[in-house]
Ligand binder design. Structure first.
Ligand code: NAI
Length: 213
């Protein structure tokens, strides 16, 4: 299971972008590409690309370039896509519903089995075909359905409590959207998504631009 443990996190963080561009190339029926052409598309230098892709076996051939389909499949495999990731979403408000409504994750193996909420008005609702359950049933549901991923879309003040419940019930990973740094046992993998961090980076860059004028 630790087949790719030698690949640095910096490379891993670039893989989803390669994966996305390679998919676009396949959709355009481009079946091979040089690191130079890929570099023009993605914006990483050709040498960065060669270095990254060398980390997990040479898919490029001198004078031929990369086989797009092979590379796309291999990167998908490295990213662990197409495995089965039973997932639950806790907090069925705006964000929880938006994620549940986004069907694109399904085809990569992330299947949302249920949403959970504490508001009685929400319980029993369906988002697409996914039911909203009472959060009191969270732990039992996770155990029964071998849920691997918990998505936290609750208000900040309850997010740590939700994270603790998810961990104790046995999820392997948490996708945390609440704006706090949750604490869980170290064997549980946490990925945070904080849109405001990206937005505030944008505002920083904008304010720099316009200060200089
Ligand atoms: P919302 O108020 O629409 O939804 C929150 C839901 O959580 C409600 O349905 C509420 O009943 C439920 N809830 C409250 N306590 C609960 C508990 N103990 N267990 C289960 N469910 C509970 O809020 P919205 O807009 O969906 O935001 C949700 C969270 O995501 C907030 O923490 C917000 O700050 C965060 N957020 C993060 C973003 C990001 O980029 N990471 C972007 C937008 C929101």
């Amino acid at each position: 299971t630790r087949e790719y443990s030698n690949i640095s996190m910096a490379v891993i963080r670039r893989l989803p972008k390669y994966h996305r561009y390679l998919k676009d190339l396949l959709d355009q029926e481009t079946y091979r590409i040089s690191s130079k052409e890929l570099s023009k598309l993605i914006g990483f230098t050709a040498s960065q690309i060669r270095q990254d892709l060398n980390c997990f076996g040479g898919f490029g051939q001198q004078g031929y370039g990369y086989n797009v389909e092979e590379l796309y499949n291999e990167i998908g495999k490295i990213l662990g896509l197409y495995q089965s990731y039973p997932t639950v979403i806790v907090g069925a408000g705006n964000l929880g519903q938006a994620i549940a409504n986004y069907t694109n994750f399904d085809k990569f193996g992330f299947s949302t089995l249920a949403l959970f909420d504490s508001n009685p008005k929400m319980i029993g609702m369906r988002i697409r075909d996914i039911a909203v359950h009472d959060v009191d049933q969270l732990e039992e549901f996770i155990k029964k359905n071998q849920v691997r991923i918990g998505v936290i879309c609750t208000p900040k003040k309850v997010a740590q409590d939700v994270a603790t419940k998810l961990s104790e019930a046995g999820v392997q990973g948490i996708w945390n959207f609440a704006p706090i740094d949750i604490k869980v046992p170290e064997e549980i993998i946490v990925e945070n998504v904080h849109l405001s961090e990206s937005l505030f980076t944008l505002s920083f860059l904008l304010s720099q631009e316009f200060d200089q004028e």
